[in-house]
Design a protein around this ligand. Structure first.
Ligand SMILES: Nc1nc2c(ncn2[C@@H]2O[C@H](COP(=O)(O)OP(=O)(O)OP(=O)(O)O)[C@@H](O)[C@H]2O)c(=O)[nH]1
Ligand SMILES: [Mg+2]
Length: 270
């Protein structure tokens, strides 16, 4: 059976970790395994992760990083380890606070299963009828402004780049996106898209807009108690400058390149 492997990056999460929920996912979903990454925490996080793995030895593994490297690098190292396993069909990451419930893993996988052309599905926090989305208002509005800027920069519409629930097809293309460290930390979710666009100038992969989709989550609840404070917005701005320096103008040119294949051809003249 092929596997879905979910990376959960954890930094000083001893107060928020829900071992029952993590174990619950692997009992409920025989095709989904967890890769819990301790990002050099000084609290009891690592011991708690190891306890979850001990209860589910074949389904949960722990990657213990010796020092704190930040979420982007912790996720990247976890994803690379998951992609190393030959039976991994899908790989993704979910935030440790489980603001996105783990039941969403199956929903996101369903999107990739339904369309073999898709490479990435991003959970999106869209408040709409029938969906339970609880966000802090200020963060929601700042997120909307950022998503508008980000959409402009990559030349296609995205609603929510920052949600900590994403799933990818375990393909060589996706592997190449995670192969080297990100230049950003707070904006690495967005850098994933930028990188795809940049790499599409070097090989024959399809355009990002044809392989990335967003999925409106059924539930997302702000948990609080995390490390995101006002300083995060300054870090994000510095990341944006770094992204611009590192990837522009290659990304701009690639984003504006017409699609390959029949749909890219000139429409017939009549
Ligand atoms: N802040 C932070 N988070 C990390 C780091 N390494 C891994 N993470 C994990 O990244 C995920 C998201 O963390 P944050 O971006 O800080 O957001 P948050 O902690 O959910 O903050 P809130 O939105 O206030 O709940 C969590 O699973 C963290 O444990 C790190 O160095 N710093
Ligand atoms: Mg959170």
């Amino acid at each position: 059976m092929t596997r879905t492997r979910i990376v959960v990056p954890c930094f000083e999460e001893a107060q928020r970790l829900d071992g029952e929920a993590l174990s619950g996912l692997v009992s409920r979903e025989p095709g989904t395994d967890l890769l819990l990454v301790d990002d050099g925490s000084q609290d009891d996080t690592l011991a708690m992760l190891r306890a979850v793995a001990a209860r589910n030895p074949d389904r949960v593994e722990v990657l213990a990083l010796a020092r704190n490297v930040g979420k982007a690098e912790a996720v990247r190292q976890g994803i690379l380890q998951a992609l190393d396993r030959p039976d991994t069909a899908y790989v993704g990451y979910f935030d440790a606070d489980l603001s996105t419930p783990l039941s969403a893993v199956a929903d996101l996988r369903g999107v990739l299963e339904a369309d073999a052309a898709l490479q990435m599905v991003f959970g999106s926090r869209v408040l709409m009828a029938g969906h339970h989305i609880e966000r802090v208002a200020l963060r929601h509005y700042l997120g909307r402004i950022w998503a508008t800027v980000a959409s402009y920069l990559v030349d296609f519409a995205m609603y929510d780049t920052q949600c900590g629930a994403k799933l990818f097809r375990a393909s060589p293309w996706v592997h190449s996106v995670f192969a080297t460290p990100f230049v950003s930390d707070w904006l690495f979710d967005f850098e994933i898209v930028i990188r795809w666009i940049s790499l599409s100038q070097e090989d024959d992969r399809p355009r990002a807009r044809d392989v990335v989709v967003e999925y409106p989550l059924a539930e997302w609840v702000h948990r609080g108690g995390g490390a995101v404070g006002p300083a995060a917005y300054f870090h994000a701005f510095a990341d944006l400058v770094r992204l611009h320096r590192h990837y522009y103008p290659a990304t701009r040119a690639a984003a504006e390149t017409p699609a390959r294949g029949p749909e890219a051809e000139e429409p017939p003249q009549c």
